[in-house]
Design a protein. Structure first.
Lengths: 130, 123
């Protein structure tokens, strides 16, 4: 079964983002295909590299990064949502003359067309947050 | 984009406009789906129906007007805005208060919509 996820909640708010990464891990562990994870709206803050958390709090973004590294999961941040929240890759940091890139490894910026493509091509599409 | 099968996606709006950017992200998703000719149905539940009120003016908030985005949906072949009839009356509005594209959905119809679409995205 081919799964895609839409993540709308920020990693530091509620449990939607953590539930999403746990679900993504379960999809892969269950032998299914994780086609794409699309982070939209506040969800795009997941890819922010400069977040600093208290030591006793779960680093959800780190779990996503590990998922990308270990399994090659495709993690797409909606580019419009990401830019608004200060998540920039090298290209966007240069384009908008910002001091530094701020995107975690394992994530990519992309347009809503990639979400629409995931809708079209996945057997299951789940929303987390919202 | 694969054209082998056209999946039908239900976009559910449950939040009011402007209190967060969530509902705007949902509308942007609808526009993108329309632009890529993916069939989507829009269903407004609970406080989500407040997005449809035609008198909204977001100028002083410095945000784009959702009403204008909604008005542009027919350009993307999205002709109907489904509205939870109970939520509408709970908020003290009637169908005449909403844009022409709005249609009432009762509980049975909402259940059918939830059951009949391939995907449900909730904003």
């Amino acid at each position: 079964m081919k799964y895609s996820l839409l993540v709308l909640s920020a990693p530091d708010s509620g449990s939607g983002n953590l539930a999403a990464v746990r679900f993504a891990e379960a999809v892969i562990d269950g032998g299914h295909q994780l086609y794409r994870v699309f982070f939209l709206d506040r969800g795009a803050a997941t890819g922010l590299a400069s977040t600093v958390l208290p030591q006793d709090e779960q680093n959800v973004a780190g779990l996503w990064s590990a998922l990308a590294k270990k399994h090659g999961a495709e993690l797409i941040l909606c580019i419009a949502s990401a830019l608004k929240q200060g998540v920039l890759d090298e290209t966007e940091a240069t384009r908008y003359e910002q001091a530094a890139a701020t995107m975690l490894p394992g994530f990519e910026l992309g347009g809503l067309g990639l979400l629409v493509e995931a809708m079209a091509d996945s057997d299951r599409m789940l929303t987390f947050g919202g | 984009m694969a054209e082998s099968h056209k999946t039908r996606t239900l976009l559910v709006f449950r939040h009011p406009p402007y209190s967060s950017s969530l509902s705007r992200s949902g509308l942007d998703t609808a526009l993108a789906a329309g632009a890529f000719e993916q069939p989507v149905t829009l269903l407004f539940l609970s406080d989500g129906i407040l997005q449809l009120l035609p008198q909204q003016d977001s100028t002083s908030l410095g945000k784009r007007n959702h009403g204008k985005v909604l008005a542009s949906l027919p350009l993307y072949d999205i002709e109907t805005l489904w509205v939870d009839a109970a939520a509408l009356s709970d908020c003290g509005y009637a169908i005449n208060d909403l844009p022409e594209a709005a249609r009432l959905a009762d509980q049975a119809l909402i259940r059918d919509m939830l059951a009949q679409h391939d995907h449900i995205l909730a904003f």
